[in-house]
Design a protein around this ligand. Structure first.
Ligand SMILES: Cc1cc2nc3c(=O)[nH]c(=O)nc-3n(C[C@H](O)[C@H](O)[C@H](O)COP(=O)(O)OP(=O)(O)OC[C@H]3O[C@@H](n4cnc5c(N)ncnc54)[C@H](O)[C@@H]3O)c2cc1C
Length: 432
């Protein structure tokens, strides 16, 4: 089949690769005028952007998604830029006192059969793009899709160019124009009431602060959990040197109408000034902060248009909160399933059935993960008081991973389901 993928983000590139490997002809349309990977700011911190500045920073790739990237052959393009966190630590917000520790590296290899990676988004994106290019996937930049006919199917770009295909896979992200086409009504983003401050800096700049030695030398997933907020830090293997990446999450502290902006370190230092003093020592070294309002959208009842010739994937289908670090992972899983189904059932005659099976296999899993992500927000962001004290005592007396654990990051059966998910096993038994 001839398939058009709209949007060249992490989900779009992964699905394009999966579809191409399944024997289809794939063309991608991306609104951004260029994809560049540039050195900026402090010469050694490489930044890049596509259309989205979220690409400034790191991303966690859990075993359920690293398994797919390896199977698709993306690993060879990114391997040298990944770090593997040994564990996930949850600490008290004001002093960094350890509450619970969950191993990541060892179970990823020995139980889930694929590594847990941290990687700079630029490197992951570049790796996907290199893989797509090597496979001969055609990419049209500066091609914002403004109109879609799901019955053709065909689409028109802002330059007035029309494209037709056998299938349109819409991977146009949170602000998708295609979501409304599939729904038959608007499906706008919905604010979560929270925002993130995102910071990446070379660890070299922090080497003279003895208090932060563990944070800049040991690859971990460090979480400070506090009232209406969390902070996450982890190390990244940058192109030139090791970086440390932070995600500071809190209730929205941005002017109305602003969704993203570049700020300096004043607001973030003020917002988190009572937190673990080590954080302020680090923030002193930060000049530029990316401020990003968090949105989701209402759960879609279906991801497939009634024409049977168009579907949504990734954030276009299920932009979720980031508290479990699974948004892109779900888009990567979608890609493996859609690509695998259309490799197994490659005919136009069975396309509609295959798309409905894609939705059936994916929607319940994504809904569950999205709901657990919301649960994680409320579990970790309790205001100080009796409920938080009881939670902290529980965490201290229930270390590591346990069946029935109240913290989903330590709940054995949830982790098995989340990280143990093998899209390729699901495909083995899939039939239409
Ligand atoms: C703070 C934060 C931390 C996160 N951390 C993690 C994490 O650690 N692990 C994880 O798995 N996930 C994480 N996520 C989620 C992850 O970032 C997203 O789920 C993922 O990037 C979505 O990818 P996508 O390809 O679906 O959409 P996008 O990345 O939004 O890509 C959409 C693409 O479509 C293009 N486009 C849009 N409209 C059009 C149009 N009309 N025509 C043509 N092109 C168009 C855009 O330019 C863009 O390139 C996090 C999210 C946030 C907010």
């Amino acid at each position: 089949m001839h398939i058009i993928v709209i949007g060249c983000g992490l989900a779009g590139l992964t699905v394009a690769i999966a579809l191409k490997r399944g024997g289809h002809t794939v063309e991608m349309l991306e609104s951004a005028a260029e994809i560049s990977y540039i050195g900026a700011g402090k010469a050694t911190v490489h930044l890049y952007w596509l259309s989205s500045r979220s690409n400034f920073v790191g991303i966690q790739v859990s075993p359920n998604s690293s398994r797919i990237l390896r199977k698709l052959g993306v690993d060879k393009f990114i391997e040298k830029y990944v770090t593997e966190p040994i564990d996930l630590k949850m600490m008290r917000w004001e002093d960094g006192k350890m509450l619970v520790e969950t191993p990541l590296k060892e179970p990823a290899h020995n139980e889930y059969g694929s590594p847990y990676w941290h990687i700079h988004r630029a490197d992951l994106h570049r790796g996907l793009l290199e893989c797509a290019t090597e496979l001969g996937i055609t990419l049209h930049l500066n091609s914002r899709v403004v109109e879609v006919d799901p019955y053709g199917p065909s689409l028109v770009t802002k330059e007035g160019k029309r494209y037709t295909a056998d299938l349109i896979v819409a991977s146009d992200g949170l602000n998708s124009v295609c979501r409304a086409v599939v729904l038959g009504k608007p499906g706008p983003p919905v604010p979560t009431g929270q925002m993130v401050y995102r910071v990446t800096l070379p660890v070299r700049e922090l080497k003279d602060i003895p208090e932060v030695k563990d944070l800049i030398t040991t690859p971990r997933n460090n979480h400070w959990i506090g009232p209406q907020g969390t902070i996450l830090s982890y190390l990244l293997e940058g192109v030139n040197e090791t970086l440390i990446n932070f995600v500071f999450t809190c209730d929205v502290n941005m002017p109305d109408g602003v969704n993203q902006k570049i700020g300096d370190n004043k607001e973030i230092r003020a917002s988190f000034k009572k937190w673990d003093p080590r954080l302020d020592m680090i923030l002193e070294h930060v000049d530029e902060v990316l401020e990003w309002r968090l949105y989701t959208h209402e759960e879609m009842p279906t991801w497939v248009h009634g024409s049977g010739k168009m579907c949504v994937i990734g954030d276009a289908a299920h932009a979720m909160t980031p508290y479990l670090a699974q948004g892109a992972a779900m888009g990567i899983e979608d890609s493996a399933i859609l690509g695998g189904l259309l490799a197994k059932f490659p005919s136009k005659d069975t396309l509609h059935k295959a798309l409905l099976l894609y939705e059936k296999l994916r929607l319940p899993r994504v809904t569950k993960v999205a709901n657990e992500s919301i649960n994680s927000r409320y579990f970790t962001q309790m205001p100080d008081g009796p409920e938080q004290e009881e939670r902290d005592e529980y965490l201290l007396s229930h270390p590591g991973v346990q069946v029935g654990h109240r913290n989903n990051r330590s709940r054995k059966e949830f982790l098995d389901e989340l990280f143990g998910y093998d899209a390729y096993k699901v495909l083995e038994t899939a039939s239409i």
